[in-house]
Ligand binder design. Structure first.
Ligand code: SAM
Length: 290
């Protein structure tokens, strides 16, 4: 599929294209990736088949994780929201398998955050009920794997906006908050709550950094980025989801209301400042992520 820049506004960009073929992200340009790929659990997406053989799913994961690795800066990080394990159509150790693939590509492992969604009431599969024959054990949690490209410690010290309380709470790797309804995310079939990227962005990136979500869906990561003064890029293969994301950004991040002076210009890049005369944020994004 030949992709397009679906939307380009000041410090954010939506690319409607397959993550495996897009050529719109330069290498070594991204500070933080926050994403939740398709889980291969038969969700009815518009353009993506979410029920493929597990080996093929891992091959697909290897491919897009490799692309993300190239797009990250040397001190760039990846927050990867993924299942702990899979209990339907054969048990699989999804989180462990993703970690193994990522390490083979060259990512370094930092830690794992457990996201306690608290959705145990939705549970339907018990295996053998009240029998040791073949019971199912299901943990009602998801993972956020924290990986990085080369250096965990940031080379430059830029502005952080996390509060003392947030830092103390979120560095405890057990996060508890509700999932996101489809309705509240423009009807997208599998959104995560904005709280998830918000925490990752404030904890793991500086103000003004470039945040990417290669499986943008309804745009939750871009909303969190816009509301916290980060530049952002979202990729999604489906045009309808790109439209949902744009609509949500207008409604939930007030992107047309934001003043240009709110944008933080990176002081240490003189070439960027030279090109920002007429429209500072637009030019900054062009230089940084085009
Ligand atoms: C789990 S959803 C992401 C939801 C998102 N975190 C949100 O909050 O709305 C996965 C998304 O990946 C997209 N997708 C699937 N395959 C893709 C591909 N090859 N390239 C780009 N996007 C893809 C789907 O269209 C879907 O919107």
């Amino acid at each position: 599929m030949k992709g397009e820049v679906f939307f380009n506004h000041e410090k954010l960009k939506i690319i409607c294209e397959d993550v495996l073929s897009t050529d719109k992200i330069p290498k070594n340009s991204v500070d933080l990736i926050v994403t939740s790929p398709p889980y291969n659990v038969d969700i009815k997406y518009n353009s993506h088949n979410d029920k493929i053989n597990y080996e093929k799913y891992l091959e697909f994961s290897h491919k897009w994780l490799s692309r993300c690795f190239e797009w990250l800066k040397d001190d760039g990080r990846l927050c990867l929201n993924i299942l702990l394990d899979k209990n339907k159509d054969g048990q699989q150790s999804v989180g462990a398998d993703f970690t193994t693939i990522a390490k083979k590509i060259g990512y370094k492992y930092h830690s794992t955050i457990i996201w306690n969604e608290g959705n145990i009431s939705r549970r339907t599969a018990w295996g053998s009920w009240l029998s040791a024959s073949a019971p199912y054990v299901i943990a009602p949690v998801e993972l956020i794997l924290i990986l990085y490209k080369q250096d965990w410690k940031k080379k430059e010290k830029k502005e952080s906006d996390i509060t003392r309380q947030e830092f103390m709470d979120w560095t405890n790797g057990l996060w508890t908050f509700q999932g996101q309804s489809k309705k509240g995310a423009g009807g997208h079939p599998a959104p995560f709550p904005i709280e998830l990227p918000r925490r990752c962005i404030k904890l793991f990136s500086f103000v003004g950094d470039v945040v990417l979500d290669p499986f943008m869906g309804s745009g939750s990561t871009l909303i969190a980025a816009a509301n916290n003064n980060r530049k952002s890029i979202g990729i999604d293969v489906d045009k309808e989801y790109c439209a949902i994301a744009k609509k949500r950004l207008i409604a939930e991040a007030n992107i047309f209301e934001k003043k240009l002076h709110e944008m933080k210009v990176e002081k240490e890049k003189p070439i960027t400042r030279k090109r920002t005369d007429s429209n500072p944020t637009q030019k900054l994004l062009d230089v940084t992520v085009n």
